[in-house]
Design a protein around this ligand. Structure first.
Ligand code: UT7
Length: 339
């Protein structure tokens, strides 16, 4: 018998405000910038994205996603002894969005007459669009060492707050949202559900191709606090490293691409997803695609897509699922698991 961590529930949340490509064409035209539905769809596959209102933060979206995941898992908040949030758009410089989330979940549970969830560890992981893959890898390791037993693993982002709406090359690509899973310890002989292999990496020499270069110092914002990206450089790097990470988790788990029932990739660009699927010889009908409706929600995109695939009945218990992400840093990684 061996110790595994398995996903026992998924949840997600999207802000109510939905902007189609046509809405962005109007918004950018007001700034004297030209874009089109055709350009955005052809280059990215994106048709719509959701943006938060001024009062909503990453922890609010994370809260809704976690409540849904806990309900799906049939897990009371008081059982959770670890919260890891992947985010690059935290509510505050500090404390972490994870601790703010823990308190929101606790207050809601107490208001329902249930026990709260304070006391377990809670922290953020900053790996940009690879944030959820990093967070899941950490939570899996903490469960396998017996440090934690039931975790909420979350990706939550409000990228609309860091977009430059005078830069048409980036502002049409991103959206806001959150996704969460309950990850819990289980013991079996290897034939049951659980995370089979993880693989995470970074190469800091590529910092400049995808970054928000500004910071806060002496009460002032120093530098530019909006997202900058060399799209073509990111694109080229992404396809290569995603293939490497995918092959690494398959090797570690003793599986081949033919064993994969579903690929749930980071939802950045349909062409990157098609490129990865082609390299792995996976047909596109085994790839979960939500980029058309969500845009790129950074660390939230994988758990958002996974939750939609679970709730729509695509991803089923017992199936082999590969998650893979790539993002600023440069960071990348993959997780292979059995549902
Ligand atoms: O989550 C992190 C990961 N991020 C990514 O994965 C992003 C990866 N990169 C990409 O997805 C693509 O590189 C983009 C979608 C960002 C851009 O697509 P591209 O095919 O690389 O286009 P490009 O940058 O080569 O631009 C082609 C043309 C340019 O015009 P010229 O110089 O050929 O006249 C751009 O100015 O498209 C123009 N352009 C636009 N036109 C209409 C750039 N943005 C827009 C726009 N609407 N929004």
């Amino acid at each position: 018998m061996a110790l595994y961590s398995r996903i026992s529930g998924t949840g997600s949340a999207l802000p109510a405000r939905r902007l189609t490509n046509a809405d962005l064409v109007t918004l950018l035209a007001e700034r004297g910038l030209e874009t089109s539905d055709e350009w955005i769809v052809e280059r990215t596959g994106i048709r719509a994205r959701h943006f938060v209102d001024a009062d909503t933060n990453a922890s609010d979206l994370a809260f809704k996603a976690c409540e849904a995941a806990l309900q799906a898992a049939g897990c009371p908040l008081s059982d959770i002894d670890l919260i890891v949030v992947g985010t690059s758009t935290p509510d505050m410089v500090f404390p972490s969005t994870a601790t703010i989330l823990q308190n929101k979940l606790t207050q809601a549970a107490l208001a329902r007459g249930e026990a709260g969830g304070a006391g377990g560890a809670a922290f953020d992981v900053q790996a940009v669009c690879s944030g959820f893959v990093y967070a899941l890898t950490l939570a899996d390791a903490l469960i396998k060492t017996g440090t934690a037993h039931k975790a909420l693993v979350v990706g939550a982002e409000v990228f609309s707050r860091i977009l430059d709406f005078n830069d048409r090359t980036t502002c049409v690509l991103f959206g806001d949202g959150a996704g969460a899973v309950v990850l819990e310890a289980c013991e079996h002989d290897g034939s049951g559900p659980g995370i089979l292999a993880t693989d995470i990496h970074a190469d800091g020499k590529h910092t400049g191709i995808l970054c928000v270069p500004g910071t806060v110092s002496g009460g002032q914002v120093l530098g530019d606090p909006t997202l900058k990206m060399d799209g073509q450089a990111v694109f080229k790097l992404a396809v290569g490293v995603l293939e490497d990470a995918a092959r690494a988790v398959l090797d570690k788990a003793g599986k081949t691409a033919a064993d994969v029932d579903w690929l749930v990739p980071h939802q950045a660009n349909i062409r990157i997803m098609q490129g990865t699927a082609r390299k792995l010889k996976l047909p596109m009908d085994k790839v979960v695609v939500t980029v058309d409706q969500h845009g790129n929600t950074s660390a939230a995109s994988i758990p958002l897509a996974l939750d939609e695939a679970v709730r729509s009945g695509k991803v089923l218990p017992g199936q082999i699922v590969m998650l893979e992400g790539v993002g600023g840093g440069f960071t990348w990684g993959a997780v292979l698991l059995k549902m």
